[in-house]
Design a protein around this ligand. Structure first.
Ligand SMILES: NC(=O)c1ccc[n+]([C@@H]2O[C@H](COP(=O)([O-])OP(=O)(O)OC[C@H]3O[C@@H](n4cnc5c(N)ncnc54)[C@H](O)[C@@H]3O)[C@@H](O)[C@H]2O)c1
Length: 317
């Protein structure tokens, strides 16, 4: 099977690529290596994390319609994992046009090409942020999702709507995966775990928003990859699927486990809630479990692996 991964130099994309190649699939990727966070980490995922693997990488932009058309025409792709996006809730408040442009218009280019080149299955990254201010927990795919509270979240909801259109009109098999706070080795430097680790390492205080009154289904990267491939292999038609860890953890417990693994206490700066952020994102993952998938990594093990990777990677920089 030949799989096209957009955002292949990204955190989740590179991990999906490795797993697909490990099981014998062919991989073609695109990434524009933008500088939303240090692109040297994206280069390192390609050169070090994927060292020794054979794949094709296009350095380009999913908004480039002609390039997307050329790739689909040339590569004879079977399935797509579309992960390229401007991620990050807070930054989307500063750059809403960029977020909508990449996340919606870029996705539209891919949907058009997927229909034209008869792609067998299209799986793409939505986000738990589409639940916005949903008060009912855990969040279920059947909940109403009309109350996004950031441009990023609204762009992901728009992608879900477009996905339904392309399924309804053209019969495209397509699933939106609502990822819940993914973490682990090779993870994103803009996310809380890395910001905390950096701050603790350099004796700076960590910013604890909503005075720590937050909880998440922290989702370990390996579980996210196996869930994504399960959907790629098994889902047809149109669907929306939560994908995340199975245990609600408080932010304070997450920090405590990090402190234990770093052997050092964090200096905590307790702050109010940030605009665009939500206090709780907890996933109901029954739907994905029915396909035989289950997350297996608790934060005690996941954060241990994270700290080991962080120490190795950042001491070499
Ligand atoms: N990591 C999480 O916790 C999380 C949670 C919810 C949703 N998501 C979604 O999952 C997807 C992958 O997230 P990630 O954590 O791996 O993020 P990431 O930023 O590490 O990966 C995204 C990749 O897409 C690339 N990209 C961005 N704009 C592009 C463009 N116009 N053309 C080509 N490439 C482009 C980036 O350079 C980056 O390498 C994203 O769509 C994100 O919104 C992630």
């Amino acid at each position: 099977m030949k799989v096209f991964i957009t955002g292949g130099a990204g955190f989740i994309g590179s991990a999906c690529a490795k797993k697909l190649m490990d099981r014998g699939d062919q991989v073609v990727m695109i990434d524009n290596f933008n500088d939303y966070y240090d692109p040297s980490l994206k280069e390192a995922r390609i050169k070090k994390f994927l060292h020794g693997y054979k794949f094709k990488l296009y350095r380009g932009d999913i908004r480039d319609e002609k390039l997307i058309e050329r790739i689909f025409k040339k590569e004879k792709i079977d399935k797509v994992i579309h992960l390229a996006a401007m991620a990050g809730v807070r930054n989307s408040l500063l750059n809403p046009k960029l977020y909508l442009d990449v996340n919606v218009m870029g996705s539209l280019n891919l949907l058009e090409a997927a229909v034209k080149y008869k792609i067998k299955n299209f799986v793409f990254a939505s986000s738990s942020s589409v639940y916005g201010n949903n008060k009912k927990t855990p969040f279920s795919e059947t909940d109403n999702v009309d109350t996004q509270i950031s441009p990023y979240a609204a762009s992901k909801k728009a992608d879900e709507l477009l996905a339904h259109v392309y399924h309804h009109i053209y019969g495209l098999n397509i699933t939106a995966l609502r990822f819940f706070t993914v973490y682990g080795p090779w993870g994103r430097p803009d996310m809380a775990l890395c910001l905390f680790t950096d701050a603790i390492t350099h004796d700076r205080p960590i910013n604890v928003f909503n005075r720590g009154k937050m909880s998440r289904n922290f989702s370990y990267i390996d579980d996210i990859v196996s869930g994504t491939l399960t959907v790629l292999d098994k889902c047809t038609g149109y669907g929306v699927m939560n994908i995340g860890g199975d245990k609600e953890e408080t932010l304070m417990r997450y920090i405590e486990v990090l402190e234990e693994n770093m052997g050092k206490k964090a200096k905590k700066k307790m702050l109010p809630m940030q605009p665009g952020d939500v206090p709780t994102t907890v996933a109901d993952i029954k739907k994905l479990r029915k396909l035989g998938w289950a997350p297996s990594t608790r934060i005690e093990k996941g954060i241990k692996n994270w700290v080991a990777w962080y120490n190795e990677y950042y001491t070499q920089q």
